[in-house]
Design a protein around this ligand. Structure first.
Ligand SMILES: *[C@@H]1O[C@H](CO)[C@@H](O)[C@H](O)[C@H]1NC(C)=O
Length: 279
């Protein structure tokens, strides 16, 4: 566990740093376009016309809290998507997504979120950010425990997906997931529905990652190991202050919510949308 490794480091009087990329992830594709630097503290993914790049966590997890700092592609990033997500291996897979849709210089990125349960997605929410995500590193996190999933930006919850299985809505809780990140070209989809194309004269495009911290129940040999230390995130709920922040983000920065898109679901909104209580 990361936590116990940190404790050992503290005892040895070294600073307790977040996960080192050499230890925590493998750069799995991109033929040299994904690079770990700065003694494992920095990972850069790049994209050019020939290919994007990506990395994945060495471990698989069944529940956890995942944080990473990302500095998104600056300048004209139209058509480029930086994806950061959890996903299982099964053919009817579970997945929890953050995707950052690039834009023309000076135009806002869209933060696209989605969740798949047993291969079924169509649960998008989209947001603008309250800062320029290309000027500096910001922390993007997933909390995934048996009762809810929360997407955080700089510690502020932007989305919550509750476990409402008792009300008939599916929830991902049986498939272990790996963490992935990638930089890819989605010019047919990303910027204004594909109207704005990628400007390849500006390639290569680069996004940078730092301070990866996975605090989860590691899945191995068909069993889950949460460590002997306390795991506060395993039972963590949103307190009233966090619920207030979530309402503020939804009111000021949310631009799309599948739960209000009646046109898309003529047979009726998904179950979790109709039993929502406090939002
Ligand atoms: C890009 O900027 C335009 C204009 O401000 C905005 O409508 C759009 O939502 C932005 N994001 C994307 C990904 O298109």
């Amino acid at each position: 566990m990361v936590y116990s490794k940190c404790l050992l480091l503290i005892i040895a009087v070294f600073p307790c740093v977040a996960g080192n990329f050499y230890q925590e992830v493998d750069v799995t594709w991109g033929d040299g376009r994904g690079q770990i630097m700065d003694n494992g503290n920095l990972l850069a993914l790049s994209l050019d016309k020939a290919s994007g790049s990506g990395f994945q966590s060495k471990n698989q997890y069944l529940f956890g809290r995942f944080d990473i700092k990302i500095k998104l592609v600056p300048g004209n990033s139209a058509g480029i998507v930086t994806a950061y997500y959890l996903r299982s291996q099964e053919s009817l897979w579970d997945e929890i997504d953050f995707e950052f849709l690039g834009n023309l210089s000076g135009q806002p990125y869209i933060v696209h979120t989605n969740i798949y349960v047993q291969g079924q997605g169509d649960r998008e929410q989209q947001f603008y950010l309250w800062f320029d995500p290309t000027a500096d590193f910001h922390t993007y996190s997933f909390l995934w425990n048996p009762t809810h999933i929360v997407w955080y930006v700089d510690g502020r919850p932007i989305r919550e997906f509750k476990n409402m299985e008792t009300k008939g809505a599916p929830y991902p809780k049986t498939q272990a997931m790996r963490l992935y990140a990638s930089l890819w070209d989605a010019e047919e989809w990303a910027t204004r529905g594909g109207l704005v194309k990628t400007d390849w004269t500006k390639a290569p495009f680069t996004a940078s990652f730092r301070s990866y911290n996975a605090n989860g129940c590691v899945w191995s040999d068909a069993a889950s190991w949460c460590g002997q230390n306390s795991t506060p995130w395993l039972s963590e709920a949103l307190d009233s202050g966090s619920q207030k922040v979530l309402r503020w983000v939804r009111k000021k920065y949310m631009i799309y919510d599948y739960c209000t898109d009646q046109m898309r679901f003529p047979q009726g909104l998904p179950r979790e949308c109709t039993v929502r209580t406090n939002l």
